[in-house]
Write a protein that binds this ligand. Structure first.
Ligand code: NAD
Length: 287
């Protein structure tokens, strides 16, 4: 018996990184997957996004685990495309039990202009709303909605780091909206026992973190910081003094939230941050 046997889970940003890790962990516990990813770059984002080959690799690895997967290229900013992908996935796989809305970008950089702010908000926040909108008509009572925020959305925005620029502000703004949206949606869906929870990771060892713009964000004191330079700063983000968690660590929390083990857990802001939030001694958030 798997922990999510025969559930069908719709995952955005599934081509690589955390999205792929979630797909594989859920498949290893018996789920079938509707995998969606843009698979092309966004101009304001200073590092490459996933490729069609990455999405194919997710498909290959899910199938290797003996589960079914339907993959589509779609932009989470495009409501019609997301709806079409989910409708097709449900037609093929027969049902939908959960959503993991986690596609994201971090368009940091000092010279990227207001477009970077807007792109962060439309991908990282509107993209979550669109994924939920596309899934909701298919979700039965008792379903699970999981959205990926970030510790950046739970702590005060960094306004004094020129390396982050408008896209950095857009990122933390969008992630705050994710936290707030999850809270409000959870209240709306209690009557149907649909759980809505957020996962807020610290640094995760993916392409988003391992990018030059991220190295600059962590080492604004250096002109061309390397990963080695950034590695010296990464641990300051966590309380445990580790530089990052692995995508598979976050996938364990997502598995719990998708599984029936969390049937009475809703409206929760679940931090996978190795103590980064409590280290900052913030006020408890209002929601
Ligand atoms: N890596 C970190 O340090 C970190 C920390 C906290 C939160 N997060 C969040 O975790 C989530 C997953 O990021 P990751 O770390 O796996 O990075 P990643 O860059 O490896 O994965 C992001 C995925 O989203 C896809 N994507 C981007 N824009 C899209 C769009 N418009 N439509 C569809 N797909 C799109 C990308 O192609 C990529 O496959 C994001 O929401 C990110 O903000 C990451």
């Amino acid at each position: 018996m798997g922990r999510v046997d025969n559930k069908v889970v719709f995952i955005t940003g599934a081509a690589r990184g955390q999205g792929r890790a979630h797909a594989l962990r859920l498949a290893s516990e018996g789920a079938d997957i509707i995998a969606v990813d843009l698979c092309e770059d966004i101009a304001s984002n200073g590092y490459p996004l996933a490729t069609p080959d990455d999405l194919d690799e997710t498909v290959r690895q899910v199938e290797k685990l003996g589960r079914r997967v339907m993959a589509r290229r779609a932009d989470v900013r495009d409501r019609a495309a997301l709806k079409a992908a989910v409708d097709e996935g449900v037609a093929e796989l027969g049902r939908l039990d959960a959503v993991v809305a986690q596609a994201g970008i971090a368009p940091l950089g000092p010279d990227r202009g207001p477009q970077a702010f807007l792109d962060a908000v439309t991908v990282d926040f509107h993209g979550v709303v669109h994924a939920v909108e596309a899934a909701l008509p298919h979700l039965p009572d008792g379903a699970s909605i999981v959205a990926t925020g970030s510790i950046a959305g739970l702590i005060p925005a960094t306004t004094d780091n020129p390396a982050n620029g408008p896209g950095g502000l857009g990122y933390s703004f969008a992630k705050r909206q994710v936290a707030s949206f999850v809270h409000d949606l959870a209240t709306v869906l209690t009557a149907r026992r649909i759980r809505v929870n957020a996962v807020h990771p610290t640094n995760v060892n993916t392409d988003m973190l391992n990018s030059e713009i991220m190295y600059q964000s962590f080492r604004p004191d250096l002109e061309n910081p390397t990963r080695e330079d950034a590695l010296a700063s990464f641990p300051a983000t966590t309380g445990f003094g580790i530089p990052y968690v692995e995508p598979e660590d976050v996938a364990e929390t997502v598995l719990f939230l998708v599984s029936d083990a969390s049937q009475y857990v809703t409206g929760v802001q679940m931090r996978v941050d190795a103590g980064g939030y409590v280290k900052r001694r913030p006020q408890l958030p209002a929601f």
